[in-house]
Design a protein around this ligand. Sequence first.
Ligand code: 16G
Ligand code: ZN
Length: 534
Amino acid sequence: MADAIAEAARRHPAPEGLVYTYGTAGFRTKAEVLDSVMTRCGLIAALRSRALKGKWIGVMITASHNPPQDNGVKLVEPLGNMLQEEWEVISTVMANKATPEDVSKYYHEIAAQYKIDLSSPARVVVARDTRASGARLLNCVTDGLKGADVEYKDYGFLTTPQLHYMVRCLNTEGTPESYGIATEKGYYEKFAQAFKTALGSKRPQGHLTVDGANGVGGPKLTELIKYLPPKEEGLDISVINDNVIKPESLNVDCGADFVKTNQRAPPSSKAGPGDRCCSLDGDADRIVFYFRDANNMFHLLDGDRIATLVASFLGDLVRQSGLAESIKIGVVQTAYANGAATNYVEKNLKLKVDCTATGVKYLHHAAEKLDVGVYFEANGHGTVIFSADTLETIEKHEPRSPAQKEALDVLSACINLINQAVGDALSDMLLVEVVLAHKNWGPQEWLSTYDDLPNRLLKVIVADRRIFETTDAERRLVKPEGIQKEIDQEVQKVRQGRSFARASGTEDAVRVYAEAATRAEADDLARKVADIVK
Ligand code: 16G
Ligand code: ZN
């Protein structure tokens, strides 16, 4: 066995002088230097599966919204969650072992430390997005899996959330918690059926244009559409930027990150005024909506907007079902959420808001503590999760009137429509369409619920970003000392001011966010705070 591990590592030697880190979303960098990391992730997946008595572990090869020449890998826990933090550290150590012998030694050390029986079964599922480097990197992963004697399933191309879905299905098959059938068809049938039931007699108005970022989400959506009700009875969708034959076009001038960062539609979009549009990112775990109004003004409906829309709808359903006393809904945001969105949730929807550090796993953990946790990052990552107790309450609830029964049926269908393993752009898209159809709203009505505070995000290049330490969900700096006081002084000078600075987890920079009552004040505040941290 020891030889097989070293042998696998030998096939994909580590480049000299590079340091790899399992970051907020796995290992992610230039594809050309990832071979060794992939093989070692295969080995770690084997260990993790064995540590969990042969449960299926997921390996997703993707670099999400990054440019086409990048790639990455992340590991998925049995219920579709992100890898446990302790194992992120183990993965980082493994990725940085220099020689095949060191790799094998560390593999056995971890086995000893966690009392892992290396002859017990290990099971792993793999999938990848459409990047050109994916096939080569997949081989590196499977070399690791074969070296560690793993039973594995390769699903070929999948969106990241589809892979999370497969993992959860495989691990719950035949149990009362069964999540669905672990095939692509199973995924489409589950979500299409839930969409149909959740719509009930309601019909989405008009037309939806979906930008697939020239990534895996485009063809998968085209597949999903075949399972949805025909457009006369359901949703009229057209898919643009779905060219996966040209992988160099991935995320270029399109996709959720382009739209959110540039605050404009992809140049290829032909949608007319008032038409609903949305953009997925390269692996379809992120979505933002947008439209042009009658005056050709662009309006973004980002993760904050999805959270407020969905929270208000679920709140109504819970009340209408007669469950308001037993089920509490909460919204989880990060510091990047617009102050107006936070205010709307607290004051208008009268729901509790939690704030966590940036990164899906932090939001997910916070949402897990709630009965119903609606969590979204402003950039469009997010979903809703329901606690086990809440699911039981809903299932056992006896409606007292036809109206209660109707609300309860829609609520149950929404639970099936939401991918609770992880934020899923396709499932989120259908959910938004259901809510808009029930409310009989177009994008303008959705936008009118509140006015965003003008805001500015700046990237500041600093000598060493590691000296910036934050507290209070990244909203305040504790180090370097004294800086927070200076920021506070600037914030007080503007109306409705709020600002924070934090080190990026994905780039070598500090990000500064500022918002205020007017565009001029927000811009000015951001500049001042950037000068302070420089
Ligand atoms: C990663 C995170 C994303 C977060 C972003 C922040 C996941 C799957 N992805 O892409 O949620 O918003 O990092 O980047 O957790 P930053 O640290 O550079 O601001
Ligand atoms: Zn993504």
